[in-house]
Structures are given as C-alpha cells and as structure tokens.
Design a binder for this molecule. Structure first.
Ligand code: DWN
Length: 405
C-alpha cells in the first residue's frame, strides 16, 4: 500500500539546463512522494522516463566536485584492501572517478549516458552504455564476464526504478563470495536534516536500511554491514552478499555485523517505519519553503543582492517548489548561479530559468548574500570564498533550517 505524503509541485528535469529557445518546450511533471507500508520504501509517486534524465546530454560530472575525487579513491583503496576482488564492475560509472582506481583489465563499467561511457572507454575501461537490467546482466555474462567479486555503485541504485529487477540482476552476476557495495543518500539523514531537496526526478527512491533489507532479502541478497557517511548531506554505504542457500556449504558466510542492527534500530526509534513520521516531515518542508521565500523577499526589499553557488539538482527542487526564479513567477530573488560544470554554464536553470555562469565571471563582492545550492559542499565553498565573508558577505542555507551563516 503506497501512501502519498509530500507534494513538491510541478517540477522540470532536475539536470536539464536550457538555452533560451528551449524554454517553451520544457518538460514538467508532478513531484509527489509515497511511503510503502509493506517494504517501508519511500519513492516518487510517478517516475520520469529514464531516457529523459539519463542520456547523451547528461551534465553531472562527479569529478567536478573535488571532495568526491578523494572520497572515491579512498573507497576503492578500502575495498581493495578488505575484499581483494579479482573482477570489478561499477554500475553508474559516470566520468570514471571510481573506476580509475582499478586496473582496466579486470574492471568494467555500466553507464547509460553515452557521453560519459565514451569518457571511460577512452580511459581504457570496457563500458556498457545501457541501463542496468536483467537483459544487460545476461549480455555481460554471455560476453564472457562470468561473474564479479565486487559490484560497486554510488548515487546510482536509488536512481533505478525497478529494484527487484536491479537486485536480481546483481544476484545473477555476483560471484559466490562476491560483495555488492552501494552508497546513496540516507532517508534518516534527510528527515533529521530537513534536506527535502534530495527529492528530485533522478532519485526514484530515498533509501532506508530497513526498506533495502526487506527488498534485498526478497531477491536472495542480504546486508552484512552499513557505513554511515557524511557525503552528499548524509549517505549510507551498504555491503551486500548472497543470502546463502541452506546448507550454505559453498558460500562464504558473511555474518551480519552490529552496524546493520544498529541502523535498523536507529531508524525504528526515529519512527522511519511509521507513515505519520513522513506526514510530520511534510509540515517541516512547508515551513522551510515559507521561511526561505520570506527571508529572500525581505532581503530583496532591503535592497540586497543575492546570487547562488552550485547549480545543483537539489536546488532545482527548491527553486521550483518555492517559486524562486524568472519563469513563471518573475521573482528575481536570485540573480544568477555559478557552477564549475562547463555544460551548465551559459545556460539557464531548469524550470526557474536563472542564468548559470562560470565562477570566474562573477565578482562576489558585488553581492550581499550567496544562497548555497551545493550546501553539501559548504565547508569547501566557504573556504574558497573566505574573502567574500571577510568583506561582510553572508551565506544562506535551508539545511537544517533556513538561515544566514
Ligand atoms: O545523485 C546525484 C548526486 C550525486 O549528484 C545525482 N543524481 C545528481 C547530482 O546531484 P546534485 O547536482 O545535487 O549534486 P552535487 O554534487 O551537490 O552538485 C554540486 C554542484 O556544485 C556541481 O554542479 C558542481 C558545483 N560546485 C561548484 O560550482 N563549486 C561544486 C563545488 C564543490 C564548488 O566549489
């Protein structure tokens, strides 16, 4: 029984940055969120066609967020150290920021966005430029990749709409002693921090350990460890192995570690498995919206100039939910957004049509306030922009609460 608890309104494709002549034909959908009473899974009510989001024009380069390069290098070294896999596959390999830490003769990628699959192919990694499905899992097997000791995915599994097909495809090609490790934003952290902007078209689901445990078990897989990470505003890294068949003679049994029980208990104590908890979250989201608009309008009326750093998918949700931006609200509360991603520069933000420009083209001291679209990189950005702060400039964020800091 899927029950709706949050409506974030009419939203565009979160990472579809536009030229002016594309404004009229822009695609919009209703972004609503449901809670499944059986699995406790939180998902979008209506999924957007994957091809509309993930295609050869996809713009999100993981490596352009410098802290993530270090994160994936350390993750690879840790996995290499502990599991010493002979064969590695990454689902959602983007620009190869994780793949590049492994030798390319026993490592392959899966990346549906052709422009990114070409990047890793050129780096020497065989890359299947298709969506992860049972059909592809079979094809990779038939191509001679019998199975994999390590299957890794970051900020990707929560993008896959059919989780049963996703997980049965993994089980189909995971070696008997293999481990499936994936990390995605944490539902518990989202509710604790009020970071509702983790909800957008690409994120078909916002995962709890509880929901994943239920759905993985159903597909013959089990969680044996959970790492709670600070990246992306709070993520969980989930370690999975085969659910050993009875008697599990041929399978290396990986005992369920304390971290799994601790996370399940923490989620239950927080009320994450109760529909009411999600209904209460909705009230917090509505307050966050009103507080942010009120603050920006007041500052604007006081003659203050406001811009934003980080043309994130997250800020697409916030700007369109809060009616911040040029179209159709004509509320020029935020004059422009800077972003390090070349493919976003010189274009307009999805739905709200705020111009996106290179950071170098802007003198921050011309502005009084900066809204942090990339709040998950606050420390890095505040450090880079220390001169702005010394000159009296201030940052605006909405996580955990709307405020100036
Ligand atoms: O799940 C997803 C996460 C991993 O990334 C994807 N579905 C889409 C994307 O979401 P996002 O756009 O909200 O992610 P980030 O990583 O918060 O985006 C940061 C943006 O900010 C990038 O476009 C780069 C930019 N940036 C910047 O302009 N200056 C980042 C830093 C650190 C900076 O100093």
């Amino acid at each position: 029984m899927k029950k709706e608890f949050l409506d974030l309104g009419r939203q565009p494709i979160a990472n579809k940055f536009l030229r002016e002549d594309e404004f009229d034909g822009e695609f919009f959908y209703n972004l609503k969120v449901v809670f499944d009473d059986d699995t406790k899974l939180v998902s979008l009510k209506d999924f957007v066609k994957p091809e509309l989001m993930f295609n050869d024009d996809y713009v999100y380069h993981t490596s352009l967020s410098v802290p993530m390069v270090k994160h994936f290098k350390e993750t690879a070294e840790m996995l290499m150290e502990e599991f010493n896999p002979l064969t590695v596959m990454e689902i959602g390999s983007n620009d190869g920021v994780f793949l590049k830490n492994w030798a390319n003769d026993y490592t392959i990628g899966v990346e549906p966005c052709g422009n990114f699959a070409k990047i890793t192919e050129d780096m020497g990694y065989q890359t299947y430029s298709e969506f992860w499905t049972t059909k592809l899992s079979e094809k990779i097997k038939n191509d001679g990749h019998v199975d994999f000791d390590l299957i890794y995915a970051a900020n990707c599994i929560c993008h896959i709409q059919d989780l049963d097909d996703c997980f049965s495809s993994v089980k189909n090609i995971l070696s008997k002693d293999g481990v499936f490790v994936f990390e995605d934003p944490s539902l518990l952290r989202m509710l604790e921090r009020g970071s509702y902007d983790q909800i957008y078209d690409e994120h078909a689901h916002i995962f709890s350990v509880t929901a994943l445990d239920n759905i993985l078990m159903k597909n013959g897989l089990k969680i044996f460890r959970v790492d709670n990470l600070s990246v992306h505003g709070g993520s969980n890294r989930i370690y999975v192995s085969h659910l050993p068949p009875e008697p599990y003679t041929f399978f290396r049994y990986r005992p369920v570690e304390l971290s799994v029980r601790e996370n399940l208990q923490r989620e239950d104590d927080f009320g994450l498995n109760e529909f009411k908890t999600h209904q209460d979250f909705t009230k917090r989201v509505e307050k966050s919206k009103n507080d942010l608009v009120e603050l920006l309008v007041k500052l604007k009326n006081d003659g203050k100039r406001i811009m934003s750093i980080g043309a994130t998918a997250k800020s697409t949700t916030v700007f369109n939910y809060c009616g911040i931006g040029a179209a159709p609200w004509q509320t020029d509360l935020i004059e422009l957004i800077t972003d390090t991603t070349k493919d976003k520069q010189g274009k307009y933000s999805p739905g709200s049509h705020i111009p996106v420009v290179p950071r170098e083209s802007v003198n921050l001291n011309d502005y009084d306030y900066v809204y942090l679209g990339a709040w998950n990189f606050k420390d890095v950005i505040v450090n880079i922009e220390s001169e702005f702060i010394q000159n009296g400039g201030k940052f605006i964020t909405h996580v955990p609460n709307v405020g100036v800091g």
